[in-house]
Write a new protein. Structure first.
Length: 156
């Protein structure tokens, strides 16, 4: 499917950013969220994969596992590579209700909290969401092709 491309697989808590058009970033999602972020002018693209919207009190975060931290790290890397905020576009995936799990604060289920977080975060940062596939009950495998910023999705 992706002849002559380098496939980079990321896992929960990871992110990957590149300006190499021959890279395809892949991940598998359940209740987690992946944001495919790209700057079409600078031809920079990246994807993250986070588990929860934020850390709860007295919890030490593992690198990138929480949405707020993951998004801030990724944006910082984009800026360091020369990206301009107004050029950024997002494609957002995940948030399937795979299990009936609530967050430590009892707010709501993990999947719904992840979806609410990322939509609110991107709105506040004024980053346009040009594609999304969120919620439901089935997992997803996604491939983000940096050459043309297309995303291929397969339901699991």
């Amino acid at each position: 499917m992706f002849e002559n491309k380098t496939i980079v697989t990321i896992y929960s808590g990871d992110y990957y950013i590149s300006s190499d058009p021959d890279v395809v970033i892949c991940t598998v999602l359940g209740s987690c969220i992946a944001v495919c972020l790209y700057d079409g002018l600078m031809r920079i693209g990246g994807m993250n994969h986070f588990m929860l919207p934020r850390a709860w009190e007295n919890h030490v975060s593992e690198f990138g596992r929480f949405g707020l931290q993951s998004m801030e790290i990724m944006l910082s890397k984009f800026y360091k590579m020369g990206s301009i905020h107004s050029n950024l576009k997002a494609k957002v995936f995940g948030g399937a209700k795979m299990l009936d799990l609530s967050l430590a604060d009892g707010e709501s289920d993990v999947a719904t909290s992840n979806i609410k977080f990322i939509l609110n975060y991107l709105r506040q940062k004024q980053i346009s969401i040009v594609a999304q596939d969120l919620g439901g009950v089935s997992g997803r495998k996604i491939y983000f092709v940096l050459e043309d910023s297309k995303v291929f999705l397969r339901r699991l």
